[in-house]
Each structure stands twice: as structure tokens, then as C-alpha cells.
Design a protein around this ligand. Structure first.
Ligand code: GLA
Length: 393
């Protein structure tokens, strides 16, 4: 059996932890992780992505303090950090606390005075699995801290603030997708986002479909080198196209015809990275249309083509993820499967007929084990709501 026991987030447990660690009368905020259905490494090129928020997330409890200190407890790491006035680190420490402390930093940079506080964090997004555990920590922390101030922040601004935490404090050059979906996802919906204008539309995921997420158990890290190398290659190719057509501000503005015309000026790897991004943008918009039209066969074909492009042109897959996708493609009930997230490991996303999802998950686990020797965690998820305040019921 590959289905992981769900470590359900429990508001009353976080309440007890908060009380034990700090006392006080906290408020609670929940932010989801995400799975991306299609549109990979397109966000920082100003293009299109179509993620869904999932029912794995991070809970943050928060209460104000009177002694001037900031104290944060992580239930996952069973460890706390504590700082007196003026003692906050100015840069990352390569520690879990970088994410909540980065949010304090970003709020202050934005001119929002964060009062002294106590916070407890608990999450069930698998770490390093490409399901945006870090964005869920950032967004839960930001909502919690904003509740201690009088500042209101529109959701798009909140997402951008949390992206700044990644880019400028943690040092990961990621795009806006993860933070945006955590701030704006909706239950039973995928979200097509234009990552330049930040306009979006929600596309319902039919109730007879299930999101099965399969963890290859190969750790992925966007702070690691490969993500940044790919981003650099995309920027290199964009600069070449821009030298011919100055209106190409971001690769999102380029067409297959542009690549046809000037791609020969690029090194082969750069040409292929650009081809992935340009075609992925087209596939992503087409996938949203297919989902809305109920054309599931087309959606599945687009997901399959996206995986091939991610594997061959973008070279961001790995043997295990390819084995997981190939195993899925042999199973009954599959609509579409591909590697999701930043690449180089992590999870595949599988859109599966609901009534076959359980059997699908079991066989996927077994077939992947036979192919790779690895015991994968398989999660049956639901598209869930955006970050919000929650209460003990
Ligand atoms: C990571 C980043 C995102 C996005 C994806 C790839 O999840 O955080 O901004 O670039 O990789 O699509």
C-alpha cells in the first residue's frame, strides 16, 4: 500500500502547542501547498501556469507579546527560535526559521511594523517534494502577522511579498506561481494565471476526477543549482530573441516562429530550453480551455506532451519521474500525468477518474517499486481553498 497516512493538520493541536510554548490567546491561519497541472518554468518568463491549491498545508498560530521578543516554534522540527529587540538575523541562516523570519523582514521592508509576537508552525506538506511547502509557510506567516497590524494587503500583493522572501531573503530565484496559488486557489478548481499581468481565471475540476500525487522520493530543491541554471539559460535565449525583436521583454512574448528564425544563433541547450517555455505557454492556455470544455482527452494529451518537453527539451526530469509517469500511463483511469514543480525530482501529478483512483494509486506504487526499488508515497488530494483564518471547532 503506497497511500501515506495523512498527518492531518489539527488546529486544536496547534492551539495546545501554542499554549504550552507561549501561553496567550492565538489566532490561526492556514495556507495550502500546491500542485501544478501544467505550465512549468514559465512563471518567471511572464507566461502561464495552471496550479491548484491542495489539502496539504501549513498552520500558523500567532499572538502578540509584551516583552519585545519574537519567538517561533516549529512543531515539525520540534525546535524554537527566540530573538530580543534588534536581534533578528538580516540574512538567511539556512535554517527552517528563514521562511517566517523572511516574512518579518519583507513586511518591514514594505513599511509594515510587525509587533513582537509568538508563533507556532505545523505543516503536512512533504518537504522537498515540489509541492511548495515553503510558499505555504510564507503565506501562513504573512497572514498571521498582518492580523497583528492594521495593514490590509490585496492577495496579489501578499503573493508578491512572499515571493520577495524567496528571492531576496532565502536566495531562491523562483517565480510567482507558488505564492500566488496559495493566496488565490479555490476549492475544486485549478487556476490559470498570467504571470505577467497576474490576471487569472478559475477552471472547475470535474467532481468525477481525483488528483493523485506520486512522490518519487527523489528530493528536489529550488535553492539548488539546476533551477537557477535553467533560469539563466531561458534569460540567455530571451536576450538573443530580443536583439532581433526588442518587444520581447520576456520569453512569454516570443512565438514558435521567432525561434524558427533566430534559434540557430543559440547554443543547442538554450534553444531547447526556450522551445520548452514557448510551447509550454501554448499548452497551458490550451489545457485550461480543454478543462473548461470538459475535453479530458485533450487535457491528458497536453499533460503528456508537457512531460516530454520538460524531459527532453528542458531536461528537468529524472529517471525516477520518467518511470513514475510511464507507469501511470499504463494504468486504467488515467487522464494525464506529468512531473510537477521545479523539476529534478519531487512529485508527479496524475489526473485520474475518481472511482478508479484508489486502485490506480495502489498499482502505481507497486509498479514504480518494481521499476525502481523505491517505496513511493502516493497522496490522493483535493483542490482546496486559498490561505485563510481558521478556528478551533
Ligand atoms: C518552483 C518555483 C516556481 C516555478 C516552478 C517551475 O516551484 O517556485 O516559481 O518556477 O518551480 O514551474
Amino acid at each position: 500500500m503506497g497511500e501515506r497516512e495523512r498527518n492531518m493538520l489539527d488546529v486544536s493541536l496547534v492551539g495546545e502547542i501554542h499554549h504550552k510554548q507561549f501561553g496567550g490567546d492565538p489566532k490561526f491561519f492556514l495556507a495550502p501547498g500546491r500542485v501544478n497541472l501544467i505550465g512549468e518554468h514559465t512563471d518567471y518568463a511572464g507566461g502561464f501556469v495552471m496550479p491548484a491549491a491542495i489539502d496539504f498545508g501549513t498552520l500558523a498560530s500567532v499572538s502578540a507579546r509584551r516583552d519585545g521578543r519574537i519567538e517561533i516554534w516549529s512543531e515539525n522540527f520540534a525546535e524554537g527560535v527566540t530573538f530580543g529587540p534588534g536581534e533578528l538575523p538580516r540574512t538567511r541562516q539556512k535554517h527552517w526559521s528563514d521562511y517566517p523570519l523572511g516574512v518579518v523582514w519583507a513586511l518591514r521592508e514594505a513599511g509594515i511594523e510587525v509587533p513582537p509576537f509568538s508563533m507556532a508552525l505545523q505543516g503536512d506538506v512533504p518537504l522537498g517534494a515540489g509541492l511548495s511547502s515553503s510558499a505555504s509557510i510564507e503565506v501562513a506567516t504573512a497572514l498571521a502577522l498582518l492580523s497583528l497590524t492594521n495593514a490590509a494587503m490585496p492577495r496579489a500583493e501578499l503573493a508578491k511579498l512572499c515571493q520577495r522572501v524567496e528571492n531576496q531573503y532565502v536566495g531562491a530565484s523562483s517565480g510567482i506561481m507558488d505564492q500566488f496559488i496559495a493566496c488565490n486557489g479555490a476549492e475544486d478548481h485549478a487556476l490559470l494565471l498570467d504571470c505577467r499581468s497576474l490576471e487569472f481565471r478559475l477552471a472547475p475540476i470535474p467532481s468525477h476526477l481525483s488528483l493523485v500525487i506520486a512522490n518519487t522520493m527523489v528530493k528536489h530543491s529550488i535553492a539548488g543549482g539546476e533551477y537557477g541554471i535553467r533560469r539563466g539559460e531561458v534569460e540567455q535565449g530571451t536576450a538573443i530573441l530580443r536583439s532581433h525583436r526588442p518587444e520581447i521583454a520576456l520569453l512569454r512574448d516570443a512565438t514558435p516562429a521567432d525561434l524558427e528564425k533566430w534559434g540557430h544563433e543559440m547554443p543547442d541547450n538554450v534553444l531547447r530550453r526556450c522551445r520548452h517555455v514557448i510551447t509550454e505557454n501554448l499548452r497551458t492556455v490550451a489545457a485550461a480551455d480543454a478543462l473548461e470544455a470538459g475535453n479530458l482527452r485533450r487535457l491528458g494529451d497536453l499533460m503528456a506532451a508537457a512531460h516530454v518537453s520538460y524531459r527532453d527539451d528542458f531536461e528537468a526530469s529524472c529517471e525516477e519521474a520518467d518511470a513514475m509517469v510511464e507507469a501511470a500511463q499504463r494504468l486504467p483511469g488515467l487522464i494525464g500525468a506529468r512531473l510537477t514543480g521545479g523539476g529534478f525530482g519531487g512529485c508527479t501529478v496524475n489526473l485520474v477518474e475518481l472511482e478508479r483512483a484508489r486502485g490506480f494509486a495502489e498499482r502505481l506504487h507497486d509498479d514504480y517499486k518494481a521499476a525502481t526499488g523505491i517505496d513511493a508515497d502516493i497522496y490522493q488530494c483535493h483542490a482546496s481553498s486559498a490561505a485563510r483564518e481558521v478556528e478551533i471547532v
